[in-house]
Design a protein around this ligand. Structure first.
Ligand SMILES: Nc1ncnc2c1ncn2[C@@H]1O[C@H](COP(=O)(O)OP(=O)(O)OP(=O)(O)O)[C@@H](O)[C@H]1O
Ligand SMILES: [Mg+2]
Length: 236
């Protein structure tokens, strides 16, 4: 296979007659981290839904590992190697931590136990709290459950929509460290982040999305150094 592991090109579509995405392009190399930033309502979550097959596309194509998956359902995309943590309602709050992970693995026919143990190795606090209801955990721990649940299908591409929403700066740094660790195992990461500056610091590729289109695309470092990006999107 040559080219990026994920390559979404010319995404065009929305929720009704009006398009939200206007020819958006996103790609991620194998084992790399791509970060999407941009103002509220820019279409970041919509772009993630489009890549995951939750949004009917008027135009555009999604390639995963060299295979055209544009026509696949979200469930078939999971089987093809995608994991998705949505921005909202990403855990089952009344179920225990472990039940959440089991739910994540329900598509699998093989033994999911080793993967549960891998999630506990990555997030030790989840092992300690495995029998607690996920809804009783702190915000940062709930996000760990959501990420862990998505890892249960052993994805090759992990998509995260604002994984650090509502957590403290220390918890954010820890979560980013774990995400880097996941990428080092060869899993590609596509992540939307409100904490733009910190997220671009760990990004191999960064996208500034505005009104459903790519405004700036570059390495994370180059975007952080770009005076236009800084002034308009990173608070100076
Ligand atoms: N289910 C929906 N039905 C109709 N319109 C929607 C729906 N979800 C989002 N929109 C609209 O699509 C546009 C893009 O929303 P989206 O959630 O993709 O933005 P975002 O960049 O993720 O914003 P945020 O930073 O607030 O998460 C907004 O105008 C929003 O109101
Ligand atoms: Mg969003």
């Amino acid at each position: 296979m040559s080219g990026p592991f994920l390559e979404a090109t010319g995404l065009r579509g929305g929720y009704g007659a009006a398009d939200i995405l206007h020819g958006c392009n996103l790609s991620v190399e194998k084992g790399r981290i791509a970060v999407i930033v941009g103002p509220n309502g820019a279409g970041k979550s919509t772009a993630m839904k489009a890549v995951f097959g939750m949004l009917p596309l008027r135009e555009g194509r999604v390639m995963l590992g060299g295979r055209d998956i544009t026509g696949l359902t979200p469930q078939a995309r999971v089987a093809a190697g995608m994991g998705f943590v949505p921005q909202v309602r990403n855990i089952f709050p009344t179920m225990t931590v472990e039940e959440n992970l089991e739910m994540g693995g329900f598509l699998r026919r093989d033994d999911i136990r080793p993967t549960i143990e891998q999630v506990y190795d990555l997030f030790p606090i989840l092992g300690d709290k495995r029998h607690q209801a996920a809804g009783e955990l702190s915000g940062g721990q709930r996000q760990q459950v959501a990420v862990g649940r998505a890892l249960m299908t052993r994805p090759q591409l992990l998509m995260l929509d604002e994984p650090t929403a509502g957590v403290s700066p220390i918890v954010m740094d820890e979560l980013f460290d774990r995400i880097i660790e996941v990428a080092r195992t060869g899993i590609s990461i596509l992540m939307v982040e409100q904490n733009a500056r910190q997220a671009l610091e760990i990004a191999d590729t960064g996208y500034v999305l505005v009104q459903g289109a790519n405004r700036f695309t570059d390495t994370g470092a180059a975007l952080l150094a770009d005076p236009h990006v800084r002034a308009s999107f990173l608070g100076g």
